[in-house]
Design a protein around this ligand. Structure first.
Ligand code: BEZ
Length: 202
């Protein structure tokens, strides 16, 4: 299988963490891909018309995207156990969607400051993205700490990758100052070998 990959993407990182946790990194060949909405560059637009990564080419069917489809597929293929049975599954999926939403808003903020010409940037729009993130962090802390502290699942991995991206691209927002319980939880998660092996560093 071929995985279109960029180490800075929190969505690619979810897939990589799953592969490390399942000790299955040898099952995929990484294909470097870079680009953005203004310039698709080497993003696999012929494989994913949305031009987004991760995208997973597999031998027995069409290319898979987005990250949630890929992680469901790989978890099934590798018997990873990262999606529990219902009814716990519904909580896992909501937490995964919350983590992905945080990452999506954080990437849009990054695009705003690094892609959009200075004259057409909107601080109010960027702040609205941050408010979305802040509400999601509060919801995780108020509602989901018990689930997050349970057996490892894809919800936890998604939230871990989202928080890692906040540290990577938006460290000045200091999310830990407002969310100490989440910060303590993330301290343990980011120490996992799978998280350390996939930490963005550029
Ligand atoms: C980034 O450099 O922040 C980034 C790269 C790929 C996907 C998303 C974000």
């Amino acid at each position: 299988m071929r995985l279109y990959h960029a180490p800075a993407s929190p969505f690619v990182r979810k897939v990589m963490v799953l592969l490390h946790e399942a000790r299955a990194t040898d099952r995929v060949t990484l294909v470097p891909a870079s680009g953005n909405p203004l310039d698709p560059g080497t993003l696999p637009v012929d494989r994913n018309p949305l031009g987004k990564i991760p995208a997973l080419e597999r031998p027995d069917g069409p290319t898979l995207y987005d990250s949630r489809v890929i992680t469901r597929y790989l978890d099934d293929l590798l018997h990873g156990g990262l999606y529990p049975a219902a009814p716990r599954l519904w909580d896992t999926l909501v937490i995964e969607a919350t983590g992905d939403g945080i990452a999506e808003a954080a990437v849009l903020m990054r695009y705003e400051t690094h892609l959009r010409p200075e004259a057409s940037r909107s601080p109010a729009w960027a702040e609205a993205q941050w408010q979305k993130i802040a509400r999601a962090l509060t919801a995780l802390e108020e509602r989901w700490m018990s689930h997050l502290s349970g057996p490892l699942d894809m919800g936890q991995i998604a939230v871990g990758c989202a928080l890692g991206y906040l540290d990577f691209r938006h460290a000045e927002r200091d999310w830990r100052a407002v969310h100490p319980a989440l910060a303590a939880w993330f301290g343990a998660v980011e120490a996992r070998p799978a998280m350390r092996a996939t930490a963005p560093d550029a």
